[in-house]
Design a protein around this ligand. Structure first.
Ligand SMILES: Cc1cc2nc3c(=O)[nH]c(=O)nc-3n(C[C@H](O)[C@H](O)[C@H](O)COP(=O)(O)OP(=O)(O)OC[C@H]3O[C@@H](n4cnc5c(N)ncnc54)[C@H](O)[C@@H]3O)c2cc1C
Length: 415
């Protein structure tokens, strides 16, 4: 009996017995399956996941086989998940069922598994996600998920794939008009398999006109590839289309490889200044409305703006607003100096967002009971303000950013 640690280690070392055991745990949705997933998740995220969907009889298994052989020639390892919610089969049965997959079953660079959803609502998606994570963590370069493409569950499963192939075949009575719109929408590449059969070109033509009507992306026009998987025809072209689909063209690259994290942080810096500006806007509205109300609302025979208690609040709001605005302007002015000024950006966001929450509450206080009424438009300032303390990094994270720089470089003037 393997324990969690053995399975966890074994999967990362690519051991098949450990992988098989882990997949069973994940498939049954057990606690140990969830625990394993939690530990392996950080090790996943490297594989290219390719979904293959289409009605029964279009030749998906043969296509999977041909694709696998092609990928193996380029030394890529391949994990295969066969998803069929209507007839959950065992790993043994599926291999027996797939005579055509024989070419791959003895190859250590290929691992195949069928998935049973066990009838739970959402079970198919959960089990597929778990199995994908395990195969990914086990180091497979490419993972092929194959489904029958019959319903919403499969459409959901296909969302785990970076590239979705929708497979059709001529003469199966599956008139293209009858294909579910959902399936057409998720396809990144359309494959007309059994392309040597009569009617294949007609299928390609009507598919092209259907896609012309439904295509929504300007970046990627789904290609239609004709294959005869059993004769190994069109597979090279299909693999090329799959690679093209995930390749970021040189001209679309934002920076050098390996710089993604620092670029993300640079963008986050800009985002934080933007949130500071948003908070300044909220503070400005809070003050404007409070001033107008303080002039207009009378109690004890005079406008409430004549009471000192209200005046102090208004004076503090105006002072904070001015400070927050200057901090935001300075942060924006020095934004191009980059990470060196990161604590300044964090300070602007921290100060402005916390003051915005306080001022929204102050405005409600000045409005008294009317502050709660939607018509007076100040209660929503509090909702709008609160989120500025959370997104693009919470106030706690802003303090960590500031403090860690303080502890490294004691010279405040340098920040
Ligand atoms: C309306 C809204 C819109 C959003 N839009 C986007 C968006 O467009 N894009 C996007 O990517 N994200 C978006 N987010 C997500 C947002 O960026 C995160 O919610 C935020 O960064 C906080 O992360 P979290 O929710 O995972 O909280 P957690 O990290 O789980 O934090 C929970 C609590 O623990 C505290 N905490 C966590 N770590 C520490 C620590 N080390 N020290 C002290 N305290 C800590 C946090 O400050 C917080 O109080 C949005 C969130 C909201 C509410």
């Amino acid at each position: 009996m393997m324990d969690l640690e053995t399975v966890y280690q074994g999967i990362q070392e690519g051991r098949r017995r450990a992988l098989a055991r882990g997949l069973s745990w994940v498939d049954e949705g057990s606690d140990r399956g969830n625990a394993l997933l939690g530990r392996l998740f950080p090790h996943a995220g490297h594989a290219h996941v390719i979904g293959i969907t289409g009605a029964p009889g279009v030749g998906k298994s043969t296509l999977v086989n041909a694709l696998t052989l092609h990928l193996r020639k380029t030394k890529q390892t391949v994990g295969i998940l066969a998803v069929d919610p209507s007839s959950p089969f065992t790993g043994g049965a599926i291999l027996g069922d797939r005579i055509r997959m024989q070419d791959s079953v003895d190859d250590q660079g290929v691992y195949m598994r069928s998935l049973a959803s066990r009838g739970h609502v959402g079970g198919l998606s959960r089990a597929t996600f778990g199995a994908l994570t395990l195969l990914d963590a086990a180091g497979f370069d490419v993972i092929l998920i194959e489904t029958v493409g019959a319903g919403q569950a499969e459409v959901d499963v296909m969302r785990f794939a970076q590239t979705v192939l929708v497979v059709l075949a001529p003469g199966l009575g599956d008139d293209i008009q009858a294909i579910k719109a959902g399936i057409l929408e998720i396809g990144n590449i359309f494959v007309v398999n059994k392309g040597d059969r009569e009617g294949a070109d007609r299928t390609v033509r009507s598919l092209r006109s259907m896609l012309g009507l439904t295509s929504t992306s300007l970046d990627w026009v789904p290609p239609i590839i004709k294959t005869s998987a059993d004769r190994n025809e069109g597979i090279g072209e299909l693999v090329q289309a799959i690679e093209d689909h995930v390749r970021v063209p040189e001209e679309n690259r934002l920076g050098q490889e390996g710089q993604g994290y620092s670029m993300a942080l640079f963008l986050l810096d800009g985002g934080r200044i933007g949130i500071a500006a948003q908070s300044v806007g909220i503070m400005s509205t809070a003050l404007e409305r409070s001033l107008a109300y303080a002039r207009e609302r009378e109690q004890f025979g005079r406008p409430i703006g004549q009471f000192e208690g209200v005046q102090w609040r208004l004076a503090d709001m105006a002072t904070d607003l001015h400070a927050a605005r200057l901090m935001t302007y300075e942060a924006a002015h020095r934004r191009e100096e980059g990470p060196a000024q990161r604590p300044l950006f964090a300070m602007a966001k921290l100060f402005a967002s916390e003051k915005a929450v306080q001022h929204a509450a102050d405005a409600i206080q000045i409005f008294g009971g009317y502050g709660y009424m939607r018509e007076y438009g100040v209660e929503r300032l509090l909702r709008d303000a609160k989120v500025t303390e959370i997104y693009e990094g919470t106030s706690e994270i802003m303090r960590l950013v500031i403090a860690s720089r303080l502890l490294k470089e004691y010279d405040l003037g340098n920040i």
